[in-house]
Design a protein around this ligand. Structure first.
Ligand SMILES: Nc1ncnc2c1ncn2[C@@H]1O[C@H](COP(=O)(O)OP(=O)(O)O)[C@@H](O)[C@H]1O
Ligand SMILES: [Mg+2]
Length: 258
């Protein structure tokens, strides 16, 4: 649980298109790292490369190193499916299986892995739903479809599904962008709770959100149209928002962008 991430000279491509240029960064365990920056600068692409979801896109490839506690997740001996179990992901739009029950949504990954014992699945479902701050709201309707929950509840259900398989890292790509302000605050509180057990990397277009939830912030930018995205700087969140080292970061956070 809660492992360190080290990325070195990571280049990401979609076919011939060089989307992200030489990203190097480290994320300590039990830490929230936020990626901010204008749209199209490669934040989601980098996030997906951290659990080998990038290569699922036809023609997409990664060059460079991504290590989890010193182990290269791109080594030829490593099974990408097991990487995605260790490093879970939550997406922009909540994507529960809509007709599947709330309980089965949470334990879907375990069932796929062959776990059948009812008691064990119930225990895991309860633990994950409690961990995602959703238990109190759904404990009396566990057999109702996941699609019947509100957007914010569905996103917490997806977080419960991600933590049910006990990952080391949670990746979140703009997890609140489809949610109302109250649900957004519930997710932000949850992220702060989850940080005790997990290493978290979150992409957000909301700078206030980055400032509220993260320990360190990375600013991504493009040097021009058709150019690859770059990580301009990564530093303590407080420093990025008060006294960044790079002018481009300062322009962006002060809204003087473009
Ligand atoms: N599936 C894809 N196929 C081809 N190009 C893509 C794909 N996804 C993203 N890109 C391109 O890669 C660049 C980075 O995109 P992305 O990582 O989504 O940026 P961000 O998340 O910062 O908005 C953009 O130029 C985008 O058009
Ligand atoms: Mg994105």
């Amino acid at each position: 649980m809660a492992k360190r991430i080290d990325v070195k000279d990571l280049n990401l491509y979609y076919g011939k298109f060089h989307a992200v240029d030489r990203v190097t960064l480290s994320v300590p365990p039990r830490n929230v790292t936020a990626f901010i920056g204008p749209s199209g600068c490669g934040k989601s692409t980098v996030l997906r490369s951290l659990n080998r979801m990038h290569e699922v896109i036809p023609g997409a490839r990664a060059e460079g190193k991504v290590q989890l506690d010193g182990e290269d997740i791109y080594a030829s001996t490593v099974d990408p499916v097991s990487v995605r179990r260790t490093i879970g992901m939550v997406f922009q739009r909540p994507n529960p299986f809509p007709t599947m029950s709330i309980r089965d949504n949470v334990v879907a990954g375990l069932k796929l892995a062959g776990v059948k014992e009812r008691k064990r699945l119930d225990d895991v479902a309860e633990r994950a739903l409690r961990g995602a701050n959703l238990w109190a709201e759904v404990k009396d309707r566990l057999n109702k479809p996941g699609g019947g929950l509100s957007g914010g509840q569905q996103q917490r259900l997806c977080i419960a599904r991600a933590i049910a398989v006990q990952p080391d890292v949670l990746l979140m790509d703009e997890p609140c962008s489809a949610l109302d302000p109250i649900s957004t605050l519930a997710i932000e509180d949850l992220i702060t709770e989850l940080k005790k057990d997990y290493t978290i990397v979150i992409v957000t277009h909301n700078m206030q959100q980055a400032a509220r939830v993260s320990d360190q912030t990375g600013f991504f930018n493009l040097s021009g149209v058709g150019q690859p995205g770059r990580l301009i700087e990564l530093d303590d969140t407080e420093k990025i928002f008060s006294n960044p080292s790079e002018k481009a970061t300062e322009d962006y956070i002060s809204g003087r962008f473009g």
